[in-house]
Write a protein that binds this ligand. Structure first.
Ligand code: NAD
Length: 540
């Protein structure tokens, strides 16, 4: 049965400025068993997370020292040896169970996600839906992704080739705060089903959600030691990069470069999912009313703190006036709110730092001549970090908001005269994560999509269908990342191949050594004839 009970904390009523401790919104009985799961010797101090809805304290989290991280990786390595030999059907069943559990227990984790990130519940549900999707996908497809390949050998028939996939060992997953359930699990699940152990380092602000994921995986049947959580910030992350056998990093481009360099020193793999400056193109044959709900969601879901969300709208001048007028109307109608229920469309920014950055980007654009069509103000009347969904026009190309990732509820509009101009504007960015193209003519939209420099392009959809198509790779071009996530890509990144080649018939005089044993130029002549024959027969 799915527990659809809305969260118990009506956030506004719990906050009591006379009693600061009352802003610990979560019951200690709920927090204590979660926090007890952290791999920490309690020697490295604590971190106090903040509830974005109130600005008050949410939980006190013991930080993991470098030694704690190393110990967690070692524990993982021991557990992994047994797990890698455990039948794949057992490993897959854990994921299948998780896909069910995350739906059944959704109200608990939705509360945690909202309280840690400040996002609206409908955006929090994106994460629940995503994990149900990813877990089911790998439960079903793992056998195919992990199966032994049998490519053609050097000499047909007498060379047998088997390419096996084996887990790398312990995967270190480092995640940001914006999608705290999705981003601790979406790489961990393919890692686990492939026979790895995982040590996760969530952002300090969103540790509780990661701990809930650990609890849910245990309920799903995952043996101890295979999914551990270490807590802390950059230093804890660095210790994990120094110990893991593969690093799955999601976060900023700046930190991603450092993680890649560190992993490179150790010659361990790193997949990097980084920042973006995503754009939406609205062609002149679009039905504006049909497109708008998806466009608005693409810009403001998760308060714009979503790696795939759009911060630039490029609109054909023929529909620009109608589109912009209706966009502004719909954006002004978005409901902001802090409730643990489905009444709000848009929630809070996650931290004071995010509020500072978003305000700075908007103020800079205004100072350079941009026009605010909607929003552009801090909504402290709703909560300390709320910022009104914002639409900017006439943004000059040297404004921060034109080039840098804002990571907030701010979108700027640019008018173009043709598809070619739209492609040029969209590609004019150091980033290349995700773009979307909206047109009444799918063939035309595909032609535009084919010229986009990004890891994914949605047609007539903001991001939902692309992110949810978990069998297909996603990731970034340019400064948006390295490596790919989802589908076969994640499994390939977190396994290593072992190629076993058998000389068939060697004992019966049919092997290559029989040819090499011949005198003089005979071996070269025979091999030359064989190679030419294989070329003519188009043998791969
Ligand atoms: P961040 O890079 O500051 O932090 C991300 C995580 O890395 C945190 O857990 C942090 O503690 C850790 N970390 C930071 N520096 C580290 C280092 N040198 N070594 C090891 N770990 C380190 O990112 P943020 O600002 O908190 O998150 C927002 C960013 O994440 C945005 O740029 C957003 O676009 C990006 N993001 C990308 C994707 C994607 O799939 N491409 C998804 C979500 C978020």
């Amino acid at each position: 049965m799915i527990d659809e009970t809305p969260g118990e904390a009506a956030v506004g009523s719990v906050f009591d400025p006379e009693r600061p401790e009352s802003t610990y919104l979560l019951e200690p009985e709920l927090v204590a068993p979660l926090v007890a799961r952290i791999s920490s010797s309690q020697s490295a101090g604590t971190h106090r997370s903040t509830c974005p809805f109130t600005g008050g304290p949410l939980a006190t989290i013991p930080v993991s020292s470098s030694a704690d991280v190393t110990a967690a990786v070692e524990r993982g390595r021991l557990a992994q040896r047994v797990w890698a030999r455990t039948d794949l059907s057992v490993r897959s069943r854990v994921l299948d169970n998780l896909a069910r559990i995350v739906l059944v227990r959704q109200s608990e984790v939705l509360d945690l996600i909202q309280l840690e990130t400040g996002k609206a519940r409908r955006s929090a549900f994106d994460e629940v839906g995503d994990i149900a999707q990813v877990a089911r996908h790998y439960a079903v497809k793992a056998r195919r992704y992990l199966s032994t390949d049998r490519p053609a050998g050097m000499i047909p028939l007498v060379t047998g080739v088997r390419v096996q996939r084996r887990p790398v060992g312990v995967v270190g997953a480092i995640a940001p705060w914006n999608y705290p359930l999705t981003l601790v699990l979406s790489e961990a699940l393919p890692a686990l089903v492939a026979g790895n152990a995982v040590v996760v380092k969530p952002d300090p602000q969103t540790t509780l959600t990661a701990l809930w994921a650990a609890e849910a995986l245990e309920e799903a049947g995952l043996p101890a030691g295979l999914f551990q959580v270490v807590a802390g910030g950059r230093e804890t992350g660095e210790a994990l990069v120094d110990a893991a056998d593969h690093v799955a990093f999601t976060g900023s481009t700046e930190a991603g470069r450092k993680v890649a360099a560190r992993a490179g020193e150790r010659l361990v793999g790193a997949t990097l999912e980084l920042g973006g400056k995503n754009a939406i193109y609205i062609a002149d044959d679009v039905d504006v009313d049909t497109a708008l709900p998806g466009v608005v969601r693409a810009c403001f879901a998760s308060t714009g703190q979503l790696c795939l969300s759009a911060e630039r709208i490029v609109v054909h001048e023929a529909v620009a006036d109608e589109f912009v007028a209706k966009l502004v109307r719909d954006v002004r109608n978005l409901r902001l709110g802090a409730g643990l229920d489905y009444t709000a469309d848009v929630g809070s920014l996650t931290s004071a730092a995010q509020l500072t950055k978003v305000s700075a980007h908007v103020d800079d654009a205004i100072a350079r001549g941009a026009v605010v069509l909607a929003g552009g103000v801090h909504r402290s009347d709703v909560g300390p970090y709320f910022y009104a969904p914002t639409v900017l026009d006439d943004v000059p190309s040297d404004a921060l908001v034109a080039r840098e990732e804002t990571f907030g509820p701010v979108v700027s509009v640019t008018r173009v005269r043709s598809d070619d101009e739209a492609v040029a504007v969209m590609n004019d960015s150091e980033y290349g994560l995700h773009m979307s193209v909206w047109s009444g003519d799918t063939a035309r939209a595909r032609k535009v999509a084919d010229q986009i420099e990004a890891g994914s392009v949605s047609i007539n959809d903001g991001y939902v269908l692309t992110w949810g198509s978990v069998g297909a790779p996603t990731g970034g071009w340019k400064a948006s990342g390295l490596g790919r996530r989802h589908g076969r890509s994640s499994v390939e990144a977190m396994t290593q191949t072992r190629t076993v080649v058998t000389a068939r018939g060697a004992g019966r005089g049919l092997g290559i050594e029989t040819v090499f044993a011949l005198e003089g130029a005979a071996p070269s002549r025979i091999l030359s004839a064989a190679l030419e024959g294989m070329r003519k027969l188009r043998i791969p």
